[in-house]
Structures are given as structure tokens and as C-alpha cells.
Design a protein around this ligand. Structure first.
Ligand SMILES: *[C@@H]1O[C@H](CO)[C@@H](O)[C@H](O)[C@H]1NC(C)=O
Length: 204
């Protein structure tokens, strides 16, 4: 074979290998799970959990940011344990103004000193996520429809960390999470669960 041609083939093989490795990283991933726990008059309440399944990589201060693009005309009615960075234009709402009417909202964790009423378990660490730990918040979504048939998965997920770049795959429906009560005698199931897997791509 021509030396040039074989060099090109080797290069192609190497680049195939490295890009597929980035997609199925042995170094772990960040998995973001949305569990729909209940319905409201035109949407749902979800518990959102971000797990750091990376063995050696922390999300340092000032912490993660998460953003996505709504598929319909969803709005964020309220949040506990995290907050949106911007409200956007909510002029069509005269009462009960949503927290965010942006098509692409951005969410950040609260600081450890957040008021008690705005905290839930595993929240409020200023977005710091050590290996093996998780970060949680509750979100109330409006204008989503209140059944499994009307809810659309958000798209274009981004998980942003200072000086680290992650690539997130599209959200995927998975079997609804089963939650166990603390006494492990009763179980409850989420109505719907989806997951987004984000993999570290490079330092920036
Ligand atoms: C993400 O990490 C978890 C925990 O190690 C693992 O179970 C899962 O398969 C990983 N997902 C992908 C798509 O790499």
C-alpha cells in the first residue's frame, strides 16, 4: 500500500477511536435525571438530580450551570433548591408570574446559606459537585400539559462547568424511578423519568 494512503488510514482509525472513546468514557459521566413526581393544572413537578459519576473529576466553585431548550411553550413556574438566572419576557402572564419564560432557561444551584424554605436535600452547595455526589432541585413546569402523553422532553442540554467542557447527549426516556420510603415499606413510582448523560470533553 502507498505509505501516504496507509498513513491516512491510520489517522482515520485513530480519530474514530478517540471520538468513540469520548462518547463511552471509562472516566465516568455526569448524569442528569428528571423524575416527574406529580402534576399541576397545566404541567408537572419534577425532581432533577445531577450525579457526578466521575471518579476523579470535581465540579469546582462557582459550580455548574444547566440549560436546555423547551420543546413546546413551557415556562418555569417555581423552583426549590436552585434558581434561574433570568426571567425573560413573561408579559402574557398577568398573575402568578413564572420564574422564567425563556425558551432556553439557565439554572444554577443556590448557595449554602439559602433560606431554609428554598432548600431540599442535596441542594445548595453553590454548584460544587464532588466525585460520587449529587445535586438536586425541584422544578414546577407550566404549559407542558399534565399527562405522560403531552409532556415533551427538553432538548439541547448543556452542563457548563468553569474550565471544563462537557458534551451532553439528547434526553432519553427511561423506566420510571421507583422511590422507597425511609422505612423501606412503601414505594412510589415517578410518572415519567428521563436522563441526560454528559461526558467530559476537554479542559478550557
Ligand atoms: C454513566 O455512568 C454510570 C455510572 O457509572 C453508568 O452506569 C452509565 O452506563 C454511564 N452512561 C454512559 C452512557 O456512559
Amino acid at each position: 500500500m502507498e505509505p501516504l494512503l496507509s498513513a491516512v488510514i491510520v489517522l482515520l482509525l485513530v480519530s474514530c477511536f478517540t471520538s468513540s472513546e469520548a462518547l463511552t468514557s471509562n472516566n465516568g459521566n455526569i448524569t442528569i435525571k428528571w423524575d416527574i413526581m406529580s402534576w399541576n393544572h397545566d404541567g408537572y413537578f419534577a425532581l432533577v438530580t445531577a450525579y457526578n459519576y466521575q471518579k476523579h473529576r470535581s465540579v469546582p466553585s462557582p459550580g455548574w450551570r444547566m440549560s436546555w431548550r423547551w420543546t413546546k411553550k413551557e415556562v418555569i413556574r417555581s423552583m426549590v433548591g436552585a434558581k434561574t438566572t433570568e426571567r425573560g419576557v413573561c408579559s402574557m402572564f398577568k398573575r402568578n408570574i413564572p420564574r422564567s419564560c425563556l425558551r432556553k432557561p439557565t439554572v444554577v444551584d443556590l448557595l449554602p446559606g439559602a433560606p431554609y424554605t428554598q432548600q431540599i436535600a442535596n441542594c445548595c452547595r453553590g454548584g460544587v459537585l464532588k466525585p460520587g455526589s449529587e445535586s438536586e432541585f425541584e422544578i414546577s413546569v407550566g404549559k407542558a400539559g399534565n399527562s405522560v402523553k403531552t409532556v415533551r422532553l427538553p432538548g439541547n442540554f448543556m452542563f457548563t462547568v468553569p474550565k471544563q467542557q462537557y458534551v451532553c447527549r439528547p434526553a432519553k426516556n427511561v423506566r420510571p424511578t421507583v422511590f422507597m420510603s425511609p422505612d423501606t415499606k412503601r414505594t412510589a413510582s415517578a410518572f415519567m423519568t428521563w436522563k441526560i448523560v454528559c461526558v467530559f470533553d476537554k479542559a478550557t
